[in-house]
Design a protein around this ligand. Sequence first.
Ligand code: FEO
Length: 169
Amino acid sequence: MINEKLEAAFNDQINKEFFSEYLYLAMKTYFMEQNLLGFVNWFDVQVQEEHAHAMGMFDYLNERGGKIELGAIEKPVVEGNCPLTIFEHVLRHEEFVTSRINALMDVAEEVKDRAAMQFLNWYLKEQVEEESTVGGVLATLRLIGDDKKALLMLDKDLAARTFVAPVIG
Ligand code: FEO
């Protein structure tokens, strides 16, 4: 049976992952309005990844005999009004998620739940990848500046991203 404090921390992170899904859906609407369909695809993949992250923890908590408590999902507010500032928000958000996964790992460590720590290692690695991917797009957007042609080229690149269901844990 999972420790109660750790159970609560997992439930909190499940909520944060669903919020991430919701936030990226909200960001996607900006790119839909701009008709930047490659970016729309990028956010579609991001939304699916966040859903998978939430469900990975949902299934794990159940497997460990924990009680799943789904809370209200906060209203997403997109900070930014252009691709660059929106991606700055994506990076800030991923850094926030990384800090939350680290805090969750701290709780697992505190209650000496080595199985949970091993499970959470996957999420820590995933966060390194997420921050690096977002940082890459952001660096390109900074290079692009006001060049519309270059933005359309990046849009084309982002259209190639595909969702691969992750094997979590
Ligand atoms: Fe679930 Fe983007 O971290």
